[in-house]
Write a protein that binds this ligand. Structure first.
Ligand SMILES: NC(=O)C1=CN([C@@H]2O[C@H](COP(=O)(O)OP(=O)(O)OC[C@H]3O[C@@H](n4cnc5c(N)ncnc54)[C@H](O)[C@@H]3O)[C@@H](O)[C@H]2O)C=CC1
Ligand SMILES: NCC(=O)COP(=O)(O)O
Length: 348
């Protein structure tokens, strides 16, 4: 197993007019971070120097033009662009959004080529990233296309983990997308991630109902009875500890969520509202199910506070540590599952 400090953490810069730069600077101003990892920021040394000056930061960067120039123990900045960029904090600007895409694309290529071990993404602005060549609603959907595996939006802290059946889809389309095959795929991804990424031996998973009160036996929609329940029954018969569907409205207030290793919500806001209410400031958005590791903070560009020095970097820092933890747990899982302990033969 490699030492922590050798884990190369690639960081895409996000929307330059948002709070991404501030939370990155605040995280790595603590020089102890370099004892745990080697950060590689995908941006440009000119742009990062602008941020350093703006935020009056004492941080030191190591500018590089090629990934083979990464130096451990330094905060590496790869020059993804060379030109000066005009940054106006808090402004929605599609030209600025294009830089977040350049950063993300270069960082993703580095993740695929294994020049970095994990990717931590600073927040992008979903409207500003749209172009003829980039039509994804978010990182999760982009990475699902670029990397191997089946992606799952998994919002995680040490004590609360919420996965989604559907993520960036309009509410009017969400229900139609929930098929037996999707339920089975997403539960499987959560189950595997809990074992391989979080070292939980026998995961216990709860599923929230699709309709209000999980349909109340067909009074308020039939999908819970016709699609969700039979699928859960099948998985239970295969030995998986999956329970539900639970009425979503009271599930978190009643603290029932504490009885499970993970909860699966039917759609974005059903899962993210309770998650962010409980974990804002330290929650992490992990793209599970892929062959590479990507995390991000649980918040967006926060334009209204950008450039003001008010951004809380807790969630970004948690995303860095979570990515490294998952990297180590996954690496260990691969090692142990390749060489399982031999079962002792019974003497007859
Ligand atoms: N991973 C990503 O790239 C994400 C991107 N977004 C995108 O960000 C943009 C803005 O989204 P919003 O819905 O406004 O959510 P937001 O998370 O940017 O802001 C919501 C509220 O939380 C506050 N806030 C957020 N982060 C904070 C921090 N670190 N410290 C202190 N206060 C903080 C903001 O000031 C605002 O009041 C949208 O385009 C959205 O799609 C949203 C979530 C994640
Ligand atoms: N609600 C999470 C979010 O908007 C971030 O999405 P992604 O960029 O991680 O796909």
């Amino acid at each position: 197993m490699e030492k922590d400090k050798n884990i190369r953490v690639g960081i895409s810069i996000g929307d330059l007019n948002g709070i991404g730069s501030e939370i990155i600077l605040k995280t790595f101003e603590d020089s102890r971070m370099l004892e745990f990892c080697t950060p590689v920021i995908f941006a440009s040394i000119k742009t990062m120097s602008f941020f350093k000056k703006h935020f009056n930061s004492s941080i030191n960067f190591h500018g590089i033009n090629h990934l083979n120039q990464i130096v451990d123990g330094k905060i590496n900045v790869l020059n993804v662009w060379k030109e000066n960029v005009s940054i106006n904090f808090g402004e929605e600007d599609v030209e600025i959004g294009a830089y977040s895409v350049k950063s993300l694309e270069t960082a993703t290529a580095a993740l695929i080529s294994e020049d970095i071990d994990v990717l931590v993404t600073a927040p992008i602005h979903k409207h500003n990233i749209q172009s003829e060549s980039f039509k994804f609603p978010g990182h999760t959907n982009y990475l699902a296309e670029k990397l191997g595996g089946k992606s799952l939006m998994f919002m995680v802290t040490e004590t609360l983990k919420v996965g989604l059946l559907t993520d960036h889809v309009p509410l009017k389309d969400a229900s139609a997308q929930i098929t037996a095959a999707l339920i089975s795929e997403k539960i499987d991804t959560v189950y595997t991630s809990l074992i391989e990424d979080f070292a939980i031996e026998r995961p216990k998973i709860a599923i929230l109902g699709i309709n209000p009160h999980a349909g109340d036996n067909g009074v308020i929609g039939t999908e819970d009875d016709s699609i969700l329940k039979p699928e859960l029954e099948k998985l239970r018969n295969k030995g998986k500890l999956v329970y539900g569907p639970y009425a979503a409205d009271s599930f978190f207030g009643s603290k029932n969520y504490k009885n499970f290793d993970a909860i699966i919500a039917a759609y974005h806001d059903q899962g993210l509202i309770p998650f962010k209410t409980i974990s804002f400031g330290h929650g992490v958005n992990f793209t599970a199910g892929l062959n590479k590791i990507r995390t991000s903070p649980d918040h967006g560009t926060a334009f209204e506070i950008a450039g003001k020095g008010e951004a809380d970097h807790g969630s970004f820092k948690a995303a860095v540590f979570m990515a490294m933890d998952i990297f180590k747990t996954r690496t260990n899982y691969k090692i142990y599952s390749k060489n399982p302990l031999k079962k002792r033969q019974k003497k007859i």
